[in-house]
Structures are given as C-alpha cells and as structure tokens.
Design a protein around this ligand. Structure first.
Ligand SMILES: *Cc1c(COP(=O)(O)O)cnc(C)c1O
Length: 495
C-alpha cells in the first residue's frame, strides 16, 4: 500500500508519510486503499491483548515496517509503566445500550497518549528507513492535550526534539502546568499570543516555508509534525475502534457482525476519522456520531454541507475541542469527493480566501448516511456530567460529556437503540474544577488540586498519580511569542 496527498498525485510509503507529516503540496497523506479485516479475523481479536490487536491493525497501514518492528514499537508504547490499565483502552458499561471506551489511562490522562506514545517509535524507524540522520525536530500546535502527550512521548528520545506551541489563554490550568513542568533535555514549550487556530495556522506555515526549512537544515535539523494530521497519529487510533468491538463481542453484548455506533467528542476530526477508517476496513458500524461543543462548525457542516469559519470563537469547558479549522476533515472530504485532489484544492483555497466552502447537497447526503453531527454548550455539558453520575455512577470529563449529551439528543431524534460506544477522551481529574461544579455547584475556587481532592471524596474514584504529583513540580518553560514570530521562537529555543 502507498499513500497519496489529498491535494495531488504524490505517492509515498508509510514511513515517508510519517516522516514528512504533511505533503509538500499542503495536503494530508491518505492510504491508497483500505485493507480489509475479514469477519473471521475480527472475531479472533476477542482473545487477544490490546498489543496484539494493535499489531494486526497497524500492519495493514505500515507496509514498509516489519512485523518485528511493529511488535517492538507497540510493546514499548503500551507498557504497564505507561498505561496503568492492563487493557490499555478498556470498555466500561454505563447503561443497557452504552459503553465508555476509556482512552485516558496513559501518562497524560487523555486519549492522545494512545497515538503519541507510539509515534516517536514509528518516527524513529521512519527516519532510519529513509536514511535521515539529521535531528528530527517535532513542531506541535496544541489546544491543550496534544502538547503534553507529545512532550511525554518524545522526551529524551535520541535524535529528536519536541517544540510545543499553546494558546496563551486557551488551555486549562492543569493542561498548562502539565506542559510547563515537562522535564527532558529536548523539550520546548512556547505560549502563543492568540488562540488555537492561530497556533495551528502558524505551525502549518512553518512546515510550508522553504526558507524556514533551509534555516533549520543549516543547523542539522529536519522538521516533522506530531499533530493529528500526521499519519503516524491517525493509524494508532484506528486500533481502539477494533479493540472496542472485540471487547463488546467478548462480553457477549453483541454478536459477530452486529453493527454498533460510535459517538466521538470532536475537535480536529482525527479521532472520529479513525473510526471512519476502521469502518472502511470492515468494522460493522451503523452511525458515527460527531459531537461538537459550542464551536459547532462541524455539526453545522453535517447539517448544511457548508463549512464556514465566519463565526465567533468561544472558549468552553472542553478546551481541546475549541477549534474552528478542523484539519483532518480534509481526509473525509477526499473520500466524499471521490478522491478528486483538484476538488479538494479548490475547497481548501476557498476556505483560506473566503473562510468557507460548500460540498453541495449530494455529497452532504452521502456524508449523512454515515455521520450525525450535533453540539452541546457548557450548560448541556455540565448537566450531562451530573445526570450520568446520578443515574449510572459514571463520571465523565467535560469533553466526553459533550459526546454524552449529543448521544442523548441523537437517540431522542432518531429512536436508534443500536449499542453505542461513547469515546471517553479524558480523565475527569484533568478538568476537576468544572466536573466538581457540575456535581455540587461549587468549583473549589477554580483550584484544580482542591477540586480533585473534593471530587475524590465525593465519588470515591481515586485521583490519578499524575495529578497528585503535578502540584510540586518546578516550572521549566516560560517562553512566549507573537503569532507572526513563531519561526524566530523555534530558532531561539532549539539552536
Ligand atoms: C484532542 C481531544 C479531543 C478532540 O479530538 P480530535 O481528534 O481533535 O477530534 C477530544 N477530547 C479530548 C480530551 C482531547 O484531548
């Protein structure tokens, strides 16, 4: 298998796609074809550990990696020191028809660990395969969770460095503390005076700037990306959809071949796109429910077929989904456009120049066969946390609660009672003040540590080690920059 750019004809191997991050024409790498997991293979996953399931799925994308390379990478990434749950990504039954897929048992308590613990290994192998011996310099724009997950994944990995840009006032206290206290000799954290889209646009421009690449090359460095546009981020996420299905089979919640729904709290559209890829590989899916917060550019898109960024940007209590330009949607558009790169180029130019594009009603209807989009505001989100806790004694973080609310609305609107997996993307302790206020009306003065202690007392759910130790770690990163000076900031920090 090889990989195409969504905007043109370039054709590269998996390792080249991972190493480059983004295609030279600004497009994203997509598989030339989806390799099926036949139904008999799918049922054999039930008896396997997460690591074994991962090898089966990953090898369908990573054509130029050997099985042994994939096995070693997976073993290192999902070791018990890194993931505290023996199943890595367990499903937990919430009610008769709903399971939480818990993706927050990794080092930074959010789902991005699943991909970002594996990516450094894939990237290192990719560099070797392509004779790349310069230092691989990772640039990341983060809305909160990616940054810390990338820093943890790349910390002290030889031959790499990791520079993270976060919006100065756009992340939670815990997210910020997690990042600025990161150790390691190759990690850099810079606050951008702007919002997440400014940071993300800035990083994209750095990748596309010939002069910046040349400047870095002079210092013996080559750029790569750990953002969710990198293929090496996307493919590890496909694994847990198969794994969740296998676990439902194992628990006899479904029979082989039964379709399920996945409800996914969405920002950059990476997580839910992985579900769509799993479906294209033969996973029986009925509906993919795309849940947005008040920045509901995606749910509007599914409803109208028009993607428009002419709207106010809101800061919400689910900051990792505060996004107006959803990068990975381009990969779905590519399928919706029958893989017509020229059409994608047109839409993306319209987006850049006019802030919007329309895919037309026919393509919108095609998308609606698979997807359902809706949104939840802060009040809905807090209400959902309280309801879930009171009804089922299951504690949601605000991101997952956006999904929970949208799922409730979806069921009301459609009457669909297909077994549904709600993707639980973060630990409630990562957003303890808001979760506490949902339960009690009091947020402990916004102090995340006091709120965590209170939450532990009320719910009896143990506070994760990572939160307990965070308070006493020294701050190591204080750099700030303007959004049009990110190139200079990278050079200052890394050379
Ligand atoms: C990143 C993130 C999301 C959104 O995931 P996308 O892949 O960007 O759609 C949702 N919840 C949490 C906790 C996240 O960190």
């Amino acid at each position: 298998m090889s990989f195409f750019s969504t905007r043109g004809e370039s054709c590269v191997t998996a390792s080249q796609a991972i190493l480059r991050g983004i295609a030279p024409d600004g497009g994203l790498y997509v598989p030339a074809m989806f390799q099926a997991v036949p139904p008999e293979r799918l049922t054999t996953l039930t008896d396997m550990k997460y690591e074994e399931r991962a090898v089966i799925i990953l090898k369908r994308f990573l054509e130029d990696f050997s099985i042994h390379e994939i096995e070693d990478a997976v073993k290192a990434a999902y070791s018990p020191e890194r993931f505290r749950h023996p199943d890595v990504a367990p499903i937990v039954k919430m009610d008769q028809a709903t399971w939480a897929l818990e993706l927050f048992h990794g080092p930074t308590l959010a789902f991005k660990d699943i991909a970002l613990q594996l990516l450094p290994h894939l990237l290192k192998l990719s560099a070797e395969k392509n004779g790349e011996d310069r230092e691989v310099c990772i640039l990341v724009a983060t809305s909160g969770d990616t940054g810390k997950a990338a820093l943890e994944g790349f910390k002290d990995v030889p031959g790499t460095s990791c520079t993270v840009f976060y919006p100065l006032d756009g992340v939670s206290d815990v997210q910020k503390l997690q990042m600025v206290t990161t150790g390691g000799s190759n990690t850099h954290v810079i606050a951008v005076k702007g919002n997440f889209d400014d940071a993300q646009t800035g990083v994209k421009e750095l990748f596309c700037s010939e002069s910046f690449r040349e400047e870095m090359a002079k210092h013996g460095k080559v750029l790569s990306s750990a953002n969710s546009i990198n293929l090496g981020r996307l493919v590890p996420q496909v694994v847990y959809y198969f794994s969740a299905y296998a676990d439902l089979l194992k628990q006899h919640a479904i029979a082989a071949g039964d379709p399920v729904n996945f409800c996914v709290p969405t920002g950059n559209f990476g997580d839910i796109l992985a579900a769509y890829y799993a479906m294209n590989m033969g996973l029986p899916v009925n509906k993919l429910i795309c849940a947005s917060n008040r920045n509901n550019v995606l749910s509007d898109f599914f409803q109208t077929g028009i993607y428009s960024t002419h709207r106010t940007f809101f800061k919400t209590i689910s900051p990792s989904m505060d996004i107006l330009v959803s990068s990975n949607l381009e990969r779905l558009l590519y399928e919706a456009a029958d893989r017509d790169g020229a059409l994608i180029r047109t839409w993306m130019t319209q987006l850049k120049e006019n802030g919007s594009y329309s895919v037309g009603e026919q393509r919108r209807d095609w998308l609606l066969n698979i997807f359902w989009g809706d949104c939840a505001d802060n009040k809905d989100t807090l209400g959902e946390i309280k309801k879930r806790w009171e009804q089922d004694r299951y504690l949601l973080d605000p991101h997952t609660a956006v999904g929970g609310h949208v799922l409730r609305e979806y069921r009301k609107a459609t009457g669909d009672d297909t077994p549904t997996v709600l993707v639980a993307t973060a630990s409630p302790y990562k957003f303890a003040a808001d979760v506490l206020s949902a339960l009690t009306g009091d947020n402990a003065g916004g102090d995340p540590f006091k709120a965590s202690e209170e939450l532990e007392k009320i719910t009896g759910i143990p506070m994760p080690e990572q939160v307990k130790t965070l308070r006493d770690l020294p701050v190591r990163h204080t750099a700030e920059c303007f959004k049009d000076r990110m190139d200079k900031a990278v050079l200052d920090e890394t050379t």
